[in-house]
Design a protein around this ligand. Structure first.
Ligand code: KG4
Ligand code: ZN
Length: 391
């Protein structure tokens, strides 16, 4: 099954074309086209993602990215003029749209010979609604013009599948996964523990009561005078302290809710503790900032592991998957690799670095699992849902 996948939930516009084979027990994915454009440089000056700008950028970039992915996959049977016009029309129209389709988008698509694909998968949520709508409208237009089934994918489900996948023969494979799967999903908008007892059915085991862990990283980065997105910056600072110096007790931070019996998290207090610490020492030098970043990372990793360990015990999960942008964090990966070794009978799955942050390949993989059960969306009613939940 050949899947065209589209992701526009936040600040990455991505289009992927994937040849998927097999079944849910053993699936393999060959990436034949993959085009991604990050808007990080554009949002950096605002210190975060600016939704109206994200929407405009997605609208501007989707058609050229689709074209690039189709060309890479050698699926664009060139009629360059039609494509060029399509790009122009696509930009103009997608810029203007909220919910709904414009007939002229369909016209330009109808002029293109439909490529050989079997289904179109698109992120339906969660994320920034104006950004999600751009991808959804585009996917609907493609589905209608080319007469292909449409698959709606939850972005967080994409992160779960990115974690389960392993690099294989230049592509990816999902195999030998024992259920139940406990997923720790950690991103800019989410921090949750989700259980999959049966494929594609989810149960919420724990979640943050306030800030998401990525959000805490981004806010702490700002306090330390680091640019957006803060996660990788805090990580860089913390890592340099790990190679340089000893831990300093002067910067001890709390481990919120670590002793509570629930599997819920809280990161707002930790963030505030960093704020107070920095206020107390307005002229902190770089070496001390490194220690603060490191202590913050240590606190986060400790809490994440403790809660995950509790959830593993509670659920008897056999596979532990970690997904979302924060799963790219080197220290968190190390802690989980080390600790998971102490949890008998549990296999850890961490996404390869290219699949940690937002991308369309994960949407294609999850889309394949949904399409295999003929779980298709109705183009007439599919809507963006900024707060779409897994469970
Ligand atoms: O999953 P993602 O790409 O987008 C969302 O769905 O939110 O996650 C983005 C989040 C941001 O908060 C970013 O700072 C964080 O992931 N992040 C990291 C690292 N790389 C990205 N946090 C800590 N360490 C990293 N290396
Ligand atoms: Zn994400």
């Amino acid at each position: 099954m050949r899947i065209l996948a589209i992701e526009t939930s936040c600040d990455e516009t991505a289009v992927a074309i994937v040849d998927a084979e097999g079944n849910r027990a053993r699936a393999s994915f060959k990436v034949i086209g993959n085009a991604l454009l990050s808007q990080i440089d554009i949002h950096r000056k605002y210190g975060g993602v600016f939704p109206a700008l994200a929407k405009r950028e997605h609208a501007k970039n989707l058609v050229p990215l689709l074209r690039a992915a189709l060309e890479e996959a050698e699926l664009a049977r060139e009629d360059r003029q039609t494509l060029a016009r399509g790009i122009h029309d696509g930009i103009t129209l997608l810029l203007a749209r909220e919910p709904g389709l414009d007939a002229a988008v369909l016209d330009f698509l109808a002029e293109m010979e439909p490529p050989k694909i079997d289904a179109i998968a698109v992120t339906a949520g969660p994320g920034l609604e104006p950004a999600l709508w751009v991808g959804i409208n585009f996917a609907k237009a493609l589905a209608l013009a080319w007469d292909k089934p449409l698959v709606a994918v939850n972005h967080m489900e994409g992160h779960v599948f990115a974690a389960l996948a392993r690099e294989k023969d230049g592509g990816f494979g999902i195999a030998d996964v024992e259920l139940p799967i406990l997923s720790l999903l950690i991103s800019g908008g989410h921090t949750e523990l989700v259980l999959m007892r049966d494929w594609l059915s989810y149960e919420l085991i724990g979640a943050t009561r306030d800030d998401a862990v990525g959000e805490a990283f981004d806010k702490v980065a700002r306090m330390l005078g680091l640019p957006y997105p803060g996660g990788p910056e805090v990580s860089r600072l913390a890592e340099s302290s790990r190679t340089h110096g000893l831990r300093s007790r002067a910067f001890e931070l709390p481990r919120p809710m670590i002793h509570e019996a629930s599997c819920d998290f809280s990161f707002a207090g930790l963030k505030t503790a960093v704020l107070y610490l920095l206020r107390e020492r307005p002229a902190m030098n770089d070496a001390d900032k490194r220690l603060v970043a490191r202590e913050f990372e240590d606190a986060v990793a400790e809490v994440l592991w403790k809660k995950t360990e509790r959830a593993l015990e509670q659920t008897g999960a056999k596979t532990l998957a970690i997904g979302g942008g924060v799963s790219a964090n080197a220290h968190i990966r190390r802690v989980f690799e080390e600790k998971a070794g102490t949890a008998p009978g549990v296999e850890l799955r961490i996404p390869s670095p290219t699949l940690s942050t937002d991308n369309a390949l994960m949407i294609a993989m999850a889309g394949f699992y949904r399409a295999s059960r003929r779980d298709f969306a109705d183009p007439a009613t599919l809507a963006a849902d900024g707060n779409l939940r897994l469970a």
